[in-house]
Design a protein around this ligand. Structure first.
Ligand code: HEM
Length: 389
């Protein structure tokens, strides 16, 4: 998409697309202005889109999540789980995440034969396991939980009938919703030391979360944090592999060079390329008149390659500084899971870099991006390597 972004940034930085009936915004400054005004002029709630139809009562609970709510409810919902996701709490998870990563690598190496698919082996399963543990999904239910999330979060395989797959997805969604509601009820009866208990019992400013809100929160944490982290890991490996110097050999967790390079991946090949907004009132932006109720797509991926903000924007600079990228968004909806996503990505890459050497992407790997304009990544990433042990 990057050539298209460049063209649009120059020739139509804010444009109305009549076929999709939405605005597209491409430049860094404009994107940031919109995100910085989410508390007043702009909204993330589809309910503000002209002609929006309310879904049936038992669907659409994602509308009740912080992601799709405006202030003041946004802040109240976010504050319920904020403590669990702040950098200090997340740092404590590092040893556990290292153990899990090491286990997954060991498992994959058993029959790897010098090649393994990072997506299947690590980048996909790790975030699911970590969020399941944080929520407090009982050990015996983990496999079932993972099967539901596989169906909900992952796309259909090419050989699957699309209609059947949508049905399967809906069913998995319903089963998982019923499961979460049951778990929430159990935590209300018998609190434990886990995130499900926080979600079920925390008294915010207006009392406990409703069932719909609590369920939406669980689903959001599962959906928002999985594929996004999977793709950040694979996008990072692709950036490192393409770079002239042997980045795999030089990046290190100790001197912060790995962390800096991960920030650059978020800028250069972020897993979330775009998000949607709605103006709550008529507003002027860059000389264009946007009307209340219009749909807007803000292109983070285009903003992150804007030369006006980043010198040599189309070059991957592993130690770029400053690097005020928008890969995790900006403003009140800034990614709640950013510290966790950074930690998981850093640990996975560090474990790969320390345990394997001569890492390269298999020459026959299919690097076609996934079919989505909002998410950027590849379905699978087979690596070749030598073992260090
Ligand atoms: C919000 C990106 C991982 C939970 C966002 C937003 C972006 C983003 C761009 C802003 C959405 C908007 O403004 O409309 C990413 C990327 C990730 C990642 C690139 C991985 C590389 C995670 C993880 C979690 C998470 C691991 C949690 C387990 C959330 C939540 C929100 C959010 C709850 C909504 C925050 C709010 O509305 O206040 N994320 N995310 N994300 N993310 Fe992430």
């Amino acid at each position: 998409p990057f050539d298209w972004y460049a063209e649009m940034r120059e020739n139509a930085p804010i444009r109305y697309d009549p076929t999709r009936q939405t605005w597209d915004v491409f430049r860094y400054e404009d994107v940031k202005t919109i995100l910085a005004n989410d508390d007043e002029q702009f909204s993330t709630s589809p309910r503000n889109i002209a002609g929006f139809q309310e879904p049936p009562e038992d669907e659409g609970f994602l509308l009740e999540t912080m992601l799709l709510q405006d202030p003041p409810r946004h802040g109240e919902l976010r504050s319920v789980v904020e403590g669990a996701f702040e950098p200090r709490s997340i740092r404590e998870l590092e040893p556990r995440i290292r153990t899990l990563t090491a286990e997954l690598i060991d498992e994959a190496l058993v029959d790897a034969n010098g090649e393994l698919d990072v997506v299947d082996a690590l980048a996909y399963p790790l975030p699911v396991i970590v969020i399941a543990e944080l929520l407090g999904i009982p050990h015996d239910d983990r496999d079932q939980f993972k099967r539901w999330s596989d169906t909900i979060v992952r796309g259909a395989d090419e050989d699957v009938d699309p209609e059947a797959f949508v049905q399967e997805q809906q069913q998995a969604g319903q089963e998982m919703a019923a499961y979460f509601l049951d778990q929430i009820e159990r935590r209300r009866q018998q609190p434990q030391d886990d995130l499900l208990t926080t979600i079920a019992t925390e008294e915010g400013e207006s009392g406990q979360l409703s069932h719909r809100e609590a369920l939406g929160m669980c689903m959001l944490l599962l959906i928002a944090g999985n594929i996004t982290t999977t793709h950040l890991i694979t996008n990072a490996i692709r950036c490192f592999d393409e770079h002239d110097d042997d980045l795999f050999a030089t990046l290190s967790d100790e001197d912060g060079s790995l962390s800096a390079a991960i920030e650059e991946v978020l800028r250069y090949r972020g897993s979330v390329q775009a998000m949607t907004r709605v103006p709550r009132e008529d507003v002027e932006l860059g000389g264009k008149q946007l009307e209340a109720g219009d749909g807007i797509v803000v292109w983070l991926g285009a903003a992150n390659r804007d030369e006006r903000q980043f010198p040599d924007a189309d070059t991957f600079v592993p130690d770029r500084s400053p690097n005020q990228h928008l890969g995790f968004g900006h403003g009140i909806h800034y990614c709640l899971g950013a510290p966790l996503a950074r930690l998981e990505t850093r640990v996975v890459l560090d474990e790969l870099l320390t345990r394997l050497s001569d890492i390269t992407i298999a020459p026959d790997a299919d690097l076609t991006p996934v079919r989505s304009s909002f998410i950027y990544g590849v379905e699978s990433l087979p690596l070749r390597f030598e073992r260090d042990e």
